[in-house]
Design a protein around this ligand. Structure first.
Ligand SMILES: Nc1ncnc2c1ncn2[C@@H]1O[C@H](COP(=O)(O)OP(=O)(O)OP(=O)(O)O)[C@@H](O)[C@H]1O
Length: 322
């Protein structure tokens, strides 16, 4: 495999369990394997509570998996400790989606953008102003925003400052969690476009977490659809509308897709209950809500299998024309 084809970041069989008050465990992520490549966007989509943020938190080293491995350029980051772990954080950055709560309200934009650079000892105090202005320009904000405080900016502007702060470290991969965003969808879309522009310029890998399949598939090279902690389908973003096979992906498409890309529509809820996965239910995680559920689906959990070019599916129905 050539260097270009190797993933920057790779999750291998990653599982995350949380203890529940009743002594059972919630399986928030169940045996997830995903790859992130240089200059490419991998979108992770699914309803609230399916485990997207949990996955991202492990990728950015804020949490450790219960089992499985995470490789940054073939080095297992789950084994890193101390200085090595701290140094690696620079490579994998995250854009916080509620900057109002993640920024120190007493810090000016200049300091917010430069704080990580100062922490890593990469710049001197007197360089801060010029550097903050440079990154503000990259995120299409005026240079004199350096003297603003977070509360003097709109949510979208704060988001741009968050991106400026993340890219200032020149990371190899950036994660964004739009699913928890306080921004309205049209602002989310502009932010997404900015990230795609920066990605093209800098060849950053992007991990993008989103509720809106139509929005994410319009920009992501690959889309991974998550349901109750499981990846049920992976396919190229540009092929989502024509080639989606999983009944859940199709349901997400039907509920939100609009050819005119009207992202203001909320997701219509699917029929049926989403239960937390405690590992007690045999078979397919989607069986309770699937209109095509067969006996086999109640007994045997479908594994992700290749069904086309860059297309993987976990569904027993794969050869049935739905
Ligand atoms: N620290 C924690 N302790 C216990 N349970 C947790 C913890 N973090 C997340 N969970 C549970 O894990 C499941 C997945 O949560 P997660 O936040 O990853 O979902 P999500 O898909 O990102 O949702 P949203 O789109 O609403 O952000 C949920 O049932 C959640 O309640």
């Amino acid at each position: 495999m050539s260097k270009e084809e190797r993933p920057i970041l790779e999750a291998k069989h990653v599982t995350k369990k949380f203890p529940l008050a009743n002594g059972k465990e919630l399986i928030a992520n169940d045996d997830i394997s995903l790859k992130f490549y240089k200059g490419q966007t991998l979108g992770i989509v699914g309803e609230s509570g399916c485990g997207k943020s949990t996955f991202m938190r492990m990728m950015v080293q804020l949490e450790k998996p219960t089992s499985g491995k995470i490789f940054f350029k073939e080095k297992d980051i789950t084994k890193m400790k101390g200085e090595e772990l701290r140094a690696n954080r620079r490579n994998v950055q995250m854009v916080f989606q509620n900057p109002a709560t993640s920024f120190n309200p007493k810090m000016k934009v200049r300091d917010i953008i430069c704080e990580p650079l100062m922490n890593f000892g990469l710049i001197k105090k007197k360089e801060k102003d010029a550097i903050a202005r440079k990154y503000l320009e990259m995120v299409e904000l005026p240079g004199d925003f350096v003297d603003r405080y977070p509360h003097n900016m709109s949510g979208g502007q704060q988001q741009r400052v968050g991106i400026a702060r993340a890219i200032a470290l020149e990371p190899e991969i950036i994660f964004c969690d739009e699913s928890t965003s306080a921004l309205d969808v049209s602002v989310q879309k502009t932010i997404l476009e900015l990230l795609v522009k920066l990605q093209k310029e800098k060849q950053i890998a992007l991990g993008f977490i989103c509720h809106y399949l139509a929005m994410i598939s319009s920009i992501a090279h690959q889309v991974a659809v998550m349901y109750m902690g499981n990846i049920v389908e992976i396919l190229p973003g540009e092929k989502v509308t024509e080639e989606a096979m999983h009944p859940y992906t199709k349901a997400l498409l039907q509920s939100v897709f609009d050819i005119h890309m009207d992202f203001s529509k909320p997701i219509e809820p699917l029929e049926g209950e989403v239960n937390g996965a405690t590992g007690e239910q045999k078979g397919c995680p989607f069986q309770n809500r699937c209109a095509y559920c067969m006996k086999k689906c109640q007994e045997e959990k479908p594994e992700l299998k290749t069904v086309g070019e860059k297309h993987e599916l976990a569904c027993h129905l794969k050869n049935t024309n739905l």
